[in-house]
Design a protein around this ligand. Structure first.
Ligand SMILES: C[S@@+](CC[C@H](N)C(=O)[O-])C[C@H]1O[C@@H](n2cnc3c(N)ncnc32)[C@H](O)[C@@H]1O
Length: 239
């Protein structure tokens, strides 16, 4: 059976990465729903923060494939990254539930020969084209009813553009909801009315996106009064 969320977060909270506690909970809960014999995919593992949450929630017989080149300095990668990732997973007791694909998502999706994929967590490079490649690559393998989760939607410009392009107006995915910048979709044929309602339900995220961008711009320019004006509370995370 899956471990407890509290135990998983007790370890993952101390791992370098970018997740709020509520986002961590969303990942853990999504992992618990992957049926035995199916696979979960993670694009972008970094030090293993989200890997630990996902792997801890899995049922027996489900493996998480973690995909990351681990050597890209633009993302804080380097020669020691894989060692740190492995040590974190061992500390959390989930190393035996994770298969590592050291490389990029596109190549992993093109050569995928594993079980049907019921969960795809996309948190790799955040430029528009990379996110589109990740969405399209794993969409091909995701079963009907499967869950696609993306991070930094309506915060990072590239991720937002990709989500708007593929998932905002579509009859192939249902918008489930979001936890700040973590957005959840379920692969499911939609009626025209359902698709319109989803698009309407997602629209308020555009105002959230405008606020996130305004905060980041103000911060970059050192305009702290403006930054505070847009923030909800002093320590609002931008993820
Ligand atoms: C935002 S971090 C991931 C954070 C991680 N999910 C966590 O919870 O801490 C992005 C990661 O994506 C990786 N990455 C970048 N491009 C990638 C790609 N095309 N395929 C797979 N991983 C990629 C980077 O090496 C980096 O480790």
């Amino acid at each position: 059976m899956p471990g407890s969320f509290a135990d998983a977060w007790a370890i993952a909270d101390g791992v370098e990465g970018w997740l709020t506690p509520d986002q961590a909970r969303t990942l853990f809960d999504a992992a618990t729903k992957v049926p035995s014999g199916h696979a979960a995919i993670e694009v972008g593992s970094h030090r293993g923060k989200s890997t630990i949450l996902l792997a801890s929630g899995l049922r027996p017989g489900v493996t998480l494939t973690a995909i990351d080149p681990f050597d890209d300095p633009r993302w804080g990668g380097g020669p020691e990254s894989l060692e740190i990732f492995t040590a974190n997973l061992e500390r959390a007791g989930v190393a035996d539930r994770v298969e590592l694909h050291r490389g990029v998502s596109q190549e992993a999706a093109n050569t995928w020969s594993g079980p049907p994929v019921s969960l795809a967590w996309i948190d790799g490079a955040h430029d528009r084209d990379s996110v589109l490649i990740d969405i399209d690559g794993w969409d091909r393998h995701l079963v009907g009813g499967g869950t696609m989760l993306l991070h930094d939607a309506f915060s990072a410009i590239g991720t937002t553009r990709a989500v708007l392009r593929r998932l905002w107006w579509t009859r192939r995915y249902r918008y489930v909801g979001c936890e700040r910048t973590l957005v959840v979709f379920q692969k499911e044929e939609r009626s025209m009315t359902g698709a319109v309602l989803d698009a309407v339900r997602l629209s308020p995220r555009l105002a959230f996106f405008a606020r996130m961008v305004a905060i980041k711009l103000a911060r970059r320019r050192g305009l702290s009064a403006l930054e505070r004006l847009f923030m909800r509370g002093e320590n609002e995370p931008l993820i």
